[in-house]
Design a protein around this ligand. Structure first.
Ligand code: SF4
Ligand code: SF4
Length: 80
């Protein structure tokens, strides 16, 4: 299974600005609270618990605040 989630952007649909590496996510929730545009939503649950975020591709502006706040380096900027 591909651990990355999220694709697309408001300006370039289909291309991701940030991607979540679900395997690194601890489910701390910091990114949800940090995103100024509410572009992150809990993704599907997974075995062992936790719901890694999914990126709402039409809302994310690519500000990267979630990248900075994540203590697990589970969100990465994606080259365009
Ligand atoms: S801040 Fe990082 S570890 Fe915490 S829920 Fe978001 S992606 Fe997962
Ligand atoms: S890059 Fe910015 S707008 Fe996009 S999900 Fe992260 S905090 Fe939200």
């Amino acid at each position: 299974m591909n651990p990355r989630r999220g694709s697309g952007s408001a300006t370039r649909p289909g291309l991701a600005l940030v991607a979540v590496v679900a395997a690194r996510c601890t489910g701390c929730g910091a990114c949800f609270a940090t995103c100024p545009d509410h572009a992150l939503r809990p993704g599907p649950g997974r075995p062992g618990g936790g719901r890694p975020p999914m990126v709402l591709v039409d809302v994310c502006t690519g500000c990267a605040e979630c990248v900075e706040i994540c203590p697990s380096d589970a969100i990465e900027e994606v080259d365009q």
